[in-house]
Design a protein around this ligand. Structure first.
Ligand code: SF4
Length: 348
């Protein structure tokens, strides 16, 4: 449905050209929920926002690649053609709903405006304000805003953070988009509200068939909603696969680090969580080899000198790490085998 091929995006900053995305390829299948995960600055939001071309053109360079929607390259469309796609075909919700809501308009009027812009009556004309209002109340009820009729007349600041995010989902639903991009939609919310928002997104996918790209650094949220996952590091996708591939069969040391830093069920409360030592690479001068080499306990000489090739581990599972390459100077071992060998050596 949506295919990102070898996307390269740079920004011009005081320090130089930041190569934020350095050749990302991803595929969103119809009805899929694809999670893009990784630390801040790994390029996940830049990749997703490039789909809607939301970056300031004065400082952004799309240096290469394609973003294909039904075979059309979104990077080549005019601004007018992109306006037709934003909202109607692809909608986006952000971490902070206040950045997208108008603080001077009631919630009801904002949803009515969106509906009148996007929905046409049987005669092909804009639906009436009365019809749009009824539909807006229905949408607020669908996203479980209590007393929807009354709350239509309230302003964004009268809603809690979780309710504002639900309003954003209602507005996204109002456009009935084929694709929803959710950029860290639950980061600012407490755990119970997070679960409700994720459940709503899942319902949107199941009931309306919306395909979803969710950007997150929260592996717990990803596990509960995603069908496929792409792990990004240093402006690249380092591992991708189904949610089972990533959670149960991951092979990239960075993916393992991300998963080790999540609390596990039954873990003692006083146990310290593992963290990944070190900092991500400077993308003004990105490394020539594996971007994770400086932080990776498995790093070999080849890792620093050469970019690891992508290895297909199954039809769905891809991983870019020298450990998996048949030409790797060291014998081909899985992470578990490496750890077992290291344990034996330490014990010996
Ligand atoms: Fe570690 Fe080398 Fe694999 Fe990179 S390529 S993740 S440095 S083992």
């Amino acid at each position: 449905m949506l295919e990102i091929k070898n996307l390269k995006v740079s920004f011009h900053a005081y320090s130089g050209e930041v190569q934020a995305v350095r050749g990302v390829s991803l595929e969103l299948k119809s009805g899929d929920i694809l999670a893009i995960v990784g630390e801040s600055g790994c390029g996940k939001s830049v990749t997703a926002q490039s789909v809607l071309r939301l970056h300031d053109p004065a400082i952004t360079d799309y240096k290469g690649g394609e973003i294909l929607l039904d075979g059309k390259d979104l990077l080549k469309l005019s601004e007018k053609e992109m306006q037709e796609i934003r909202g109607k075909v692809i909608s986006m919700i952000f971490q902070d709903p206040m950045t997208s809501l108008n603080p001077t308009m009631t919630i009801g009027n904002q949803i009515v405006e969106v509906l009148r812009e996007h929905e046409k009556g049987a005669d092909g004309k804009k639906i009436s304000r009365k019809e749009a209002r009824e539909r807006a109340i229905e949408l607020l009820k669908m996203v479980r805003i209590p007393n929807a009729e009354r709350r239509m007349n309230e302003y964004p600041h009268e809603f809690s953070g979780g309710q504002r995010q639900r309003v954003m989902i209602a507005m996204a639903m109002a456009c009935a988009p084929r694709i929803l991009i959710a950029d860290e939609p639950t980061t600012a919310l407490d755990v119970t509200v997070q679960a409700q928002i994720l459940e709503l997104m899942k319902e949107m996918q199941e009931q309306k068939g919306t395909s979803i790209i969710m950007i997150s650094h929260d592996m717990g949220a990803v596990a509960s909603i995603a069908k496929s996952v792409a792990v990004m590091y240093g402006g690249l996708v380092v591992e991708s696969g189904t949610v089972e591939d990533i959670f149960y069969r991951h092979e990239h040391p960075y993916t393992r680090g991300l998963l080790d830093s999540v609390p596990k069920e039954g873990q003692p409360k006083d146990r310290k969580l593992d963290s990944i030592e070190g900092t991500p690479p400077d993308l003004v001068k990105p490394p020539v080899g594996c971007p994770f080499a400086d932080r990776c306990k498995y790093a070999m000489k080849v890792c620093k000198d050469h970019m690891p090739p992508e290895n297909a581990l199954s039809e769905s599972h891809r991983c870019s790490c020298w450990l998996l390459d048949p030409d790797c100077p060291q014998p081909r071992l899985s992470l578990k085998e490496y750890d077992a060998k290291e344990g034996d050596q330490n014990n010996g």
